[in-house]
Design a protein around this ligand. Structure first.
Ligand code: SAH
Length: 270
C-alpha cells in the first residue's frame, strides 16, 4: 500500500476507534494481515512506540493490524468497575473474572481453535520468560491476543477457564502489562515477512543462532584515537566472517555462560 489516502484515513482510523462491531467486520483485504489484539485498560497507550519506524510503517502498510480492546466498557455498573478487592484480604485490587472473560469473548472471536495458530497470552511476571523462539512462533501464527493486567493482576479463574498462557518480559515487576505487550509485539512483528528491509539481518542477529552478535562499527574509520578493527576494512569476506564468528563466540562465552553451554551442546550433538 503506497497510496497516501489509505495511509491517513483508511486503516489507521479504523484501529483508533475500534469498537466491538469493527472487530467482527474486518475488511476482507486485511484478513490475511497478522493480527495483534490487546486487552487493556489503557488503549490510548497503543500503538505507542510500535507506531514508529519499521513497525509503524508495517502497520500503515497493512503487514500487521493492531486492535486495542478497551477493558473499561466491559466493567460493571454505572462506573464500569473492572476490579475488586482480593479475596482473603491484602493490598491492591484484582481484575474481575467476569469482566475480563467478556473482553476475551471479543478478543478471541473468530480465532482458530488451535492456540498455536493464535496464542492467548496474559502478560505476567509469573509466566514463562519471553524469548526469540517465542517471538518467532508468534510471528508464524495468524495473530495473538494479549491480556494486560493492572493492579495485583487477574482473577485466577479466568486464566484457568480460558487456558491462558502466562508470559513474562523478565524477572521484575511492572505496574501493567502494556509495556511488556509492546516489547513482545515489537519482537514478533519485526520477524514478519517484509517488515525489515533486509531479511538476512534477522538470521544473524543476537539470539537467532543461539549466540550474541559480534560488535558493529561504522564511519569514521578513526574516532577519538580508536580505529575500526583492520580486518573489517580488508574487503576479505571470508576473513571478516571468521572474525565476526570468533567475536560472537567469545562474547557469548564471557557474558552468557548459559547460552554458551547450550550452543556447545547443540554443536557437539550434531
Ligand atoms: N501481583 C502480581 C504483579 C502484578 S503487576 C505478582 O506479584 O505476580 C501488574 C500487571 O503488570 C500484571 O498483571 C501484569 O500484566 C503486568 N506485569 C508486571 N510485571 C510483568 C512482567 N515482568 N512481564 C509481563 N507483565 C508484567
Amino acid at each position: 500500500m503506497s497510496d497516501a489516502p489509505g495511509r491517513s484515513h483508511g486503516r489507521k482510523s479504523i484501529r483508533a476507534t475500534l469498537q466491538p462491531r469493527d472487530l467482527l467486520s474486518e475488511t476482507p483485504e486485511l484478513v490475511s494481515a497478522w493480527q495483534a489484539r490487546v486487552v487493556t485498560l489503557f488503549p490510548g497507550a497503543f500503538p505507542g512506540i510500535l507506531g514508529e519506524s519499521l513497525t509503524g510503517k508495517a502497520l500503515q502498510d497493512g503487514l500487521w493490524q493492531l486492535s486495542p480492546i478497551d477493558l473499561r466498557p466491559f466493567g460493571e455498573g454505572r462506573h464500569r468497575n473492572v476490579d475488586d478487592t482480593p479475596a482473603g484480604g491484602g493490598a491492591g485490587m484484582v481484575l474481575r473474572a467476569d469482566v475480563v472473560s467478556n473482553a476475551l469473548d471479543l478478543a478471541m472471536a473468530g480465532t482458530p481453535e488451535d492456540r498455536s495458530d493464535w496464542p492467548l497470552v496474559y502478560l505476567s511476571p509469573r509466566g514463562r520468560r519471553f524469548d526469540q523462539a517465542m517471538a518467532r512462533r508468534w510471528s508464524r501464527a495468524q495473530g495473538v491476543t494479549l491480556l494486560c493486567g493492572r493492579f495485583e493482576g487477574v482473577d485466577q479463574r479466568v486464566l484457568d477457564a480460558w487456558q491462558v498462557e502466562e508470559v513474562s518480559l523478565g524477572d521484575f515487576v511492572l505496574t501493567g502489562g502494556e509495556i511488556a505487550a509492546q516489547a513482545m509485539l515489537d519482537a514478533a512483528v519485526r520477524l514478519l515477512p517484509g517488515v525489515l528491509g533486509n531479511a538476512a539481518s534477522t538470521e544473524e542477529e543476537s539470539h537467532s543462532n543461539g549466540l550474541l552478535e559480534h560488535p558493529q562499527y561504522t564511519r569514521p574509520a578513526d574516532w577519538a584515537g580508536r580505529a575500526i578493527p583492520e580486518v573489517l576494512l580488508s574487503g576479505n569476506h571470508a576473513k571478516i566472517e571468521a572474525w565476526r564468528r570468533a567475536q560472537s563466540e567469545a562474547l557469548t562465552q564471557a557474558r552468557r555462560p548459559d547460552l554458551w553451554a547450550r550452543h556447545v551442546a547443540d554443536r557437539d550433538g550434531d
